[in-house]
Design a protein around this ligand. Structure first.
Ligand code: GLP
Length: 253
């Protein structure tokens, strides 16, 4: 059983916070939210995220698909980000992650899935191409987000502005430190292409998932603290339709 809290923000915006008892419950609730969108709108545009946090949610979606509960044949997806220098053949790329953890387990048309191309020769041109892909798809019906320990969403690191579309980012030392566990060659994880906060905020609905003690403080700061690009996830206090599903213990006072 989860605990439901509403955080009433400036202007009367209400963030819905579902505090799950553990990772498994968080994953089930999040998968259910996505599956319901696809049931209502079979050609929904799903904005997807990577990282450890969504793996359980993707597993549950695969189970639901296999049980005949949800059909992904018309769904389109657009991912948040990708490392510069990594392609589908590299198991550390986000394209490989998506293929492995979700796309290969459901009946999605792989041509309807979008991840920035980390191997593009001209990275600036790739940002422009990806921005066009996002525009052509229209608003994401739902955008899934994880949160970095420094408050980043996608790879939007702490900065001085929320006002960006798809762009190249130099990752902060803290992010490189966390991600270095997966990279033998550190330089491979130093730069990324990411959707900007502007693209994220354009989604009709946002689903932020967070798990574990290490995320509790930053999640509290993002949801209850000052709205500042220095804590990128705090921008969600300005979005009219956000659901947070967390298993960080935030709901246990
Ligand atoms: C990466 C991704 C983010 C993700 C974050 C947290 O930096 N670019 O989209 O939210 O990691 O990952 P994890 O879920 O593994 O903690």
């Amino acid at each position: 059983m989860y605990i439901l809290t509403y955080r009433v923000c400036f202007g009367g915006i209400r963030l819905k916070i579902l505090s799950a008892k553990d990772y498994s419950e968080m994953s089930s609730i999040a998968a259910e939210i996505i599956a319901n969108i696809v049931k209502e709108k079979p050609d929904a545009v799903l904005g997807l995220a990577t990282g450890n946090t969504p793996i359980g949610m993707y597993k549950k979606l695969i189970e639901m698909y296999k049980a005949g509960e949800v059909d992904f044949s018309k769904v389109k997806t657009v991912n948040l980000d990708e490392y510069v220098g990594l392609g589908a053949d590299d198991q550390n790329s986000y394209r490989a992650y998506m293929n492995k953890n979700l796309f290969s387990g459901i009946n999605i048309d792989i041509n309807n899935t979008n991840v920035p191309n980390g191997l593009a020769a001209d990275i600036e041109a790739e940002c422009k191409r990806y921005e066009d892909v996002i525009k052509r798809l229209g608003s994401q019906d739902i955008q899934v987000l994880g949160i970095g320990v420094n408050g980043h969403i996608g790879f939007n690191e702490p900065s001085i502005t929320f006002n960006k579309g798809t762009h190249v980012v130099e990752l902060t030392d803290s992010t490189i430190g966390v991600n270095s566990k997966i990279f033998k060659n550190l330089a491979a994880g130093a730069k990324a292409i990411t959707m900007g906060i502007k693209n994220i905020m354009n989604a009709k609905q946002i689903l932020l998932i967070a798990d574990g003690d290490s995320k509790k403080d930053i999640l509290r700061k993002a949801l209850y603290g000052e709205i500042t690009p220095n804590v990128p996830a705090s921008v969600l206090q300005l979005h009219p339709n956000v659901t947070v599903v967390e298993a960080c213990g935030l709901g246990i006072k």
